[in-house]
Design a protein around this ligand. Structure first.
Ligand code: BTN
Length: 250
């Protein structure tokens, strides 16, 4: 069963591929429809941030999904996407990344991929989800506000890759891990833990709207929450917030 990328809609420039995919989902688009754009004028990230989307330098894509799951299980879609990207980088482009919970993919501490899953809920069920993925491919530098917090395939491996080549390698992995997330989510958790260095035994600070805690990561719960052990030994399950990786002596 191959549905991801069927149909594949290409645009030169859109505000955000997630917005286009959402509109199509609302009008009844079926699972697997993929929107890609050469550039985005208002690319969006998590926590209300923007996503730098210069023409031709990144892969900007959004997939329409219609998972038969409770909204509370949507974390698995996010984790599956991160696993697919990290695997693609590692197995197809020999770039070893780290998945920072839940779904940033970093290389040597710099972000190479961001994932934004958005959806609509009907009662306690997900009506649809849009999986938006941005991969930095050919950037040689980033806007001042990002500074050296981001990297690209070109900067990391001196690889000249066309966004379409990355797409072709990633789509089958995305579909496989999405199907796995829907049927055997424990396998996604296990693979996520293998591909995440910062998800285990790493000092982190987790910042959320009203609190901030520091501790050491201890992997994921079966539902995908990040386990953080505090200095007191107490273990907290993180379901939202932003993880900041701490240097060993900071
Ligand atoms: C993040 O790291 O904060 C998530 C970034 C997600 C960026 C992608 S690019 C394709 C899709 N369209 C958007 O506007 N955002 C996502």
């Amino acid at each position: 069963m191959t549905t991801f990328g069927v149909p594949l809609l290409r645009f030169d420039s859109v505000s955000s591929t997630n917005d286009v995919a959402k509109e199509l989902a609302v009008s009844g688009a079926s699972e697997g429809l993929c929107v890609i754009a050469t550039a985005q004028t208002a690319g969006r990230g998590r926590h209300g941030r923007s996503w730098s989307s210069p023409p031709g330098e990144g892969l900007y894509l959004s997939l329409v999904l219609r998972p038969q799951i409770k909204a509370s299980a949507s974390m698995f879609i996010t984790l599956a996407a991160a696993v697919a990207v990290a695997e693609t980088l590692r197995l197809d482009f020999q770039i070893i990344g780290d998945i920072k919970w839940p779904n940033d993919v970093l290389v040597k501490g710099r972000k190479i991929c961001g994932i934004l899953v958005e959806g609509a809920i009907d009662g306690d069920r997900l009506q649809y989800a849009v999986m938006g993925i941005g991969v930095n491919i050919a950037q040689r530098g980033f806007p001042e506000e990002i500074g050296d917090g981001a990297t690209s395939l070109l900067l990391e491996a001196d690889l000249v890759v066309h966004p379409d080549d990355f797409l072709a390698a990633m789509l089958p992995r995305l579909e496989t891990w999405y199907v796995t997330a829907m049927t055997k989510p424990d396998r996604v958790i296990a693979r996520w833990e293998e591909l995440s260095f910062s998800g285990r035994d790493c000092r982190v600070r987790v910042e959320s709207a009203d609190t901030s805690i520091e501790g050491v990561t201890r992997g994921l719960t079966p539902s995908g929450a990040l386990i953080v052990e505090l200095a007191s030994g107490e273990r907290r399950e993180i379901v939202s917030g932003e993880v900041k990786i701490r240097a060993v002596n900071s």
